[in-house]
Design a protein. Structure first.
Length: 425
């Protein structure tokens, strides 16, 4: 009898103490370091592409290999490999991460609880925690506490240039601000639960000049975004539905839910799983305005002449579990360099249609950092994997130029339709 009670006690102890650990241990696979011939000093060119192709298949996502294969084999770009570039860190974000480490948790509904500021999980133990580390609402403090991004889209059919759009993007986070005043939580969050806003306004070409879009995101994972657009052709403001915000933006290969790899709202239906943990080739970080890479579409086509480094990444599968959504799943590539040397940022993403085909892909072509650690991009790619159609996004965040003149943003100018129309005039 005593022995039986002892067994029951031990069993109960194991269930209470160890069960939460087992999923974490199973979910994150061990790191597999690349030991092949591609290393700093190697330059991938038109002449040696086929020689290095077996190694490139190990170091590049399938869609990225498809894209850069065109550019390198046609002699538009080369791929020089360099040592890892250390990135600057934002002081407030790092301090907040350390201060509040261990307080946040993710519920079974995928909602984040008890988070205050900083990275919620500096030592992530499972796929859900990694997902919240890269989530738009809180985990991109460098670009999204306040962001003004000057950009242009350049559309290509293969390597053939078609047309371009010129536009601005503004973004603001209202919860857990650490580096750009006002700090902490803003009234929009404390009173209305708004965690994030994002807007775009188009300047060129003239036939769509003034097109504007405003997106409002709520902290509650089960409360849908509010989206509004001004349509200059009919001079009307229209509230957008879920299907509207997954339509290609102005005929490009980009949908708003694909901004910065994944702008899609996390919800309770999604399921996350880390498939691999290994090294990938990524564009190096470019620090400051003078360090930015040059891009000439007449010379480089849809590819970027940048330097590459090898970094560890998690490969995550996100099952969307929504038959009405265009994608059945996303495969995400996330920098796994431990905090504080890394910030678990999204590098690349591949989107699969409801028939299981790899349909779209997008990701960073040249990360942009200010000397204070604020980051965004200089170059980005959106591609249709089925048609080889490409949308280059080239531009810069005002973190690296005109920072004091543009940041912090003015709410009524950047996040109201009236303010956006005034900007477009």
């Amino acid at each position: 009898m005593i022995t039986l009670k002892r067994v029951h006690f031990i069993t109960a102890f194991l269930l209470v103490v160890l069960l939460p650990v087992f999923p974490w241990a199973e979910e994150l696979p061990p790191y597999q370091k690349y030991e092949g011939p591609i290393k700093p000093g190697v330059v991938i060119t038109k002449e040696n592409w086929d020689t290095y192709l077996p190694e490139l298949e190990k170091l590049l996502p399938p869609s990225r290999l498809q894209w850069y294969g065109i550019g390198v084999k046609e002699g538009l770009v080369t791929m020089p490999i360099v040592e890892i570039t250390p990135i600057p860190k934002m002081k407030g974000y790092v301090e907040a991460t350390r201060k509040y480490a261990g307080t946040a948790r993710v519920g079974p509904d995928n909602q984040l609880y008890d988070w205050v500021a900083g990275m919620p999980f500096p030592e992530p133990r499972n796929a859900q925690e990694i997902a919240w580390n890269f989530y738009t609402d809180l985990s991109r403090p460098q670009p999204a506490e306040d962001l003004l991004f000057h950009s242009e889209f350049l559309l290509f059919d293969g390597t053939k240039y078609e047309k371009r759009f010129v536009w601005d993007l503004c973004a603001r986070r209202y919860h857990g601000r650490t580096d750009i005043p006002p700090l902490g939580d803003m009234p929009q969050f404390t009173e209305n639960g708004i965690s994030y806003k994002e807007s775009i306004v188009i300047y060129e070409p003239n036939e769509v000049r003034g097109f504007s879009q405003l997106r409002i995101r709520y902290w509650d994972v089960n409360k849908e975004d509010e989206c509004y657009a001004y349509l200059p052709a009919v001079r009307r403001v229209r509230r957008l539905t879920g299907s509207d915000i997954t339509d290609p933006l102005l005929g490009s290969d980009c949908i708003p839910d694909d901004f910065q790899v994944m702008r899609q709202k996390l919800d309770s239906r999604m399921r996350f799983r880390v498939l691999e943990h290994r090294d990938f080739m990524v564009p190096r970080s470019y620090i400051g305005w003078e360090d930015r890479p040059s891009y000439e579409y007449t010379k480089h086509g849809p590819c970027f002449q940048v330097e590459w480094e090898i970094r560890p990444h998690w490969v995550m599968e996100v099952m969307i579990n929504n038959p009405d959504y265009p994608y059945s799943k996303r495969i995400l590539y996330i920098d796994s360099t431990p905090f504080p040397e890394g910030f678990y940022c999204l590098y690349w993403g591949e989107e699969y249609d409801q028939n299981g085909r790899m349909w779209k892909a997008n990701g960073n072509g040249a990360p942009a950092f200010s000397e204070l650690g604020m980051s965004n991009l200089y170059l980005w790619m959106y591609m249709n994997c089925l048609t080889n159609h490409y949308t280059v996004m080239a531009g810069y965040p005002t973190y690296v130029k005109d920072f004091k003149e543009t940041i912090p943003l003015k709410e009524d100018e950047a996040f109201t339709i009236k303010g956006l129309l005034k900007k477009a005039q």
